[in-house]
Structures are given as C-alpha cells and as structure tokens.
Design a protein around this ligand. Structure first.
Ligand code: KIV
Ligand code: ZN
Length: 398
C-alpha cells in the first residue's frame, strides 16, 4: 500500500517527448529506452499513441509485452482521443502488459472547443462520459486529461472532471498544455478540484506541465503541494515546444530538498544520468551543458576558487553528489580560471606527483596554454610535463 506521500512518476518521453521536433525514435530504440525507464523505476511509461501509426501501435504493443512483465514492472499506457477507434487501438496495444492504462484526453477550454474541436461544452461532456466508460470496458485503470485545463473555465473544468470520474476515470490529469500557469495558481487549482469534484478522495490527481515560461518543474512541484500525487514528465525535459517538466530535475529536487518536499518514489536515483545519456544518444542531441542535474556542466567546476572549495569539501559548491544521480565523469574541469590546486589534483589522478618547484613550472606552462585553448584535456596536461621548449620534468610517474 503506497503512503500518502508516495509520488507516482509517469514518464511521457516516448509519447509527448517523441512528438517534439528531432526526437523521433525507431521501434528498437523505443524498446531499448523503455527497458531503461524500467531500470530507472518509473511507475508508468506512456509508450505512445497507438492510433497514430502502425509503427506507434507496434512499439506500444512490444513495450507492453516485453517491459511490463510482472506486477513490479512499470504500467504501460497508451494515449487515445475521445474516439472509439483510438480507444480500441490503445486497448489492443496495451493488452499484453501485466499492468496497463488507457489515457484519454479531450480539450475543455472554450478556445480549443471552438477553434479546434468545433463542439459545444455539452458535446464535450458527452464525449468524455462515453469515452471513459468505453475505456473502462477494456482497462481497469483509465486516466482522463482535460487538455488545456489551466485555461479552462473553472466551473466547466469541475464539471468535466466530475463526468470523467462518474464514468470510471481512476486518474485525473490536469494539463498545463501551453505552459501558462504559475506555481501558486496551479497549487490552488488542485486544492479546488480535490474539494469540488465528488469522490475525488478515490482518484489520483496528476500534473502535466509544459515549459513555455520555464516553470514546468516548479509548477509540477506546486501541483504536488496542492494534492497531486502523479507527475507526468520526460527525461531531459523533452516534449512539445519548450518541452515537458524534466523528470530528473523533479526527482533531484525531491531528494535534495526533502525538508520542503517530503515525498517518496520508486525511482532509482543513480539511473538518472545513464537514462539521460541514453536518450541523448538515441535522439542524437544531448541537453544543453548547463542543464540542471544531467547537463555536462551540472557538476563541473572550472574556477580556481570553486575548485579549491570543492577539493577541500564538495559541500562548498555541490548540493548533491554527482554519484547520487549516477554521474561518473570528471567534475574538476581545467581551464583558464583554474588554480594550482586543481592542476595538482588532476596530475596526481593521472599518476604524477610533482615537487613544489615542478608544479610551479607546469602551472606556468598551463596558464599560457589555457589562455590560448578553450578545452584542456588530459593529454594536454601530460604534454605540459614534456614541453618541447623546456627540459622534461622528471616525475615519479606510475
Ligand atoms: O499537454 C497536454 O495537454 C497533453 C495531453 C495529451 C495530456 O500532452
Ligand atoms: Zn503535453
């Protein structure tokens, strides 16, 4: 039995993430990545949108068959519009999974109803009721998302959620489809829905935040503060436009600021970095170097003052250890801002213990090089020991 503070991580990298430009994945890649999501310990994998193409259907089905093989493995979800053919395709695709879910969505904002769906509010409510009920005939676990919820008239949103719950929805996801909400507003929205939707105590509320204003992670955590217990997110924050809330950032915030976010989850934190790297390799682009938690510079220290601090005690400039999120690379980066101590540290790691005089000489050569060259690699440092215009330094190299 999960505790009241247990967060369900719903990963949508393979659905919302894959929908974003440049992030298309092939069948084998999706399957490989889904296995890694299982290693990471996500609770639910949204494996795709089964009706979208034969390829999508086959991937969702293969992930259902090969990844959700036991009660402990992730639940597999497929997205579906409020259409019979979508729901039936989703049901067929997820059928082999040990645990599965149909995720139904319909826009509820007046803007989307008029401009996109061209239906009335009454028609929307009918479609929600019929589709959720149909889906419940195929799956015990049905999620409903009122798309563009954060720009939906509040009274109508409550009605739409109520209809979905009455028709059998077990999770209510409240998407901030266009990344428009703010943390305080989103917290309040969950509080209101939890108090106004009948029987809400028996369902799980979920966040789904886009990053158009750079607030997706903050909004997701604010949603949890308002009572949501499922977070929909994606690795490296990929997703439509500016992306989805980044799973690794939410996970790290909960782990690092447990005093403010006293929640638990099934995530294996040390799999965060390997999962991020695998995604970057599959979609052929990594996140930006300064990306929180998994960016190449997330734990890198180049300036002498910071390097000195970190070498004396990592807590001076690190709020979590690189190892805690599975980062195994170098975090002391040598460049023109680096100091003598960092150079000495790296030389020692490379097997060269220098006397004070030798270190002074090499440090002088190093600063000259660093003025000319952006990245200093280990081979550059070794070369400094044997600079061609000077006597090679005699070291006790191992
Ligand atoms: O952003 C969104 O509204 C969605 C829904 C389909 C859940 O991705
Ligand atoms: Zn989305």
């Amino acid at each position: 039995m999960a505790s009241d503070n247990q967060i369900v991580f719903f990963d949508t990298t393979l659905r919302d993430g894959e929908q974003s430009p440049g992030c298309t994945m092939h069948h084998a890649e999706k399957l490989r990545f889904a296995h890694q999501l299982a290693n990471l310990g996500v609770d639910i994998i949204e494996a795709g949108f089964a009706i979208a193409s034969h390829g999508d259907f086959n991937s969702v089905q293969a992930i259902a068959r090969e990844v959700s093989t036991s009660a402990k493995a992730p639940r597999i979800a497929s997205l579906a519009r409020c259409k019979r053919e979508d729901i039936e395709a989703a049901a067929r695709a997820i059928e082999p999974a040990a645990k599965n879910r149909i995720h139904i969505f319909l826009s509820t904002s007046d803007l989307h109803l008029a401009a996109k769906l061209k239906i009335s509010r009454e028609q929307a409510l009918d479609q929600i009721a019929q589709s959720v009920a149909l889906a419940r005939g195929y799956a015990e676990d049905v999620e409903f998302s009122p798309e563009d919820a954060t720009r939906t008239d509040l009274e109508f949103l409550i009605k739409a959620c109520t209809v979905a719950v009455q028709a059998g929805a077990t999770t209510l996801n409240i998407p901030d489809t266009v990344g428009y909400t703010t943390p305080a507003e989103y917290t309040q929205l969950f509080r209101t829905l939890r108090s106004r939707v009948p029987n809400s105590g028996n369902i799980i509320f979920s966040t789904h935040c886009h990053d158009d204003l750079g607030m997706a992670v903050a909004n997701s955590l604010a949603g949890v503060e308002g009572g949501a217990r499922q977070i929909e997110c994606a690795i490296n924050g990929i997703g439509e436009r500016a992306g989805n809330a980044a799973l690794e950032e939410i996970a790290a915030a909960i782990a690092t600021r447990h005093d403010r976010y006293p929640y638990t989850s099934n995530l294996v934190m040390t799999e965060l970095y390997p999962t991020s790297k695998m995604l970057g390799e599959i979609i052929s682009f990594n996140c930006s170097p300064n990306k929180a938690v998994v960016g190449a510079n997330a734990f890198a220290h180049e300036s002498g003052i910071h390097q000195h601090g970190v070498l004396a005690n990592p807590l001076t400039y690190e709020i979590m250890t690189p190892a805690s999120v599975g980062f195994t690379g170098q975090n002391i980066v040598l460049g023109k801002h680096s100091g003598r101590r960092a150079l000495e540290h790296r030389l020692t790691e490379l097997g060269h213990k220098l006397s004070r005089e030798e270190l002074d000489t090499v440090y002088n050569r190093f600063t000259e090089l660093a003025d000319r060259k952006k990245s200093i690699y280990d081979q550059d440092i070794i070369a400094l020991l044997h600079a061609h215009d000077a006597e090679p330094l005699v070291t006790n190299a191992s």
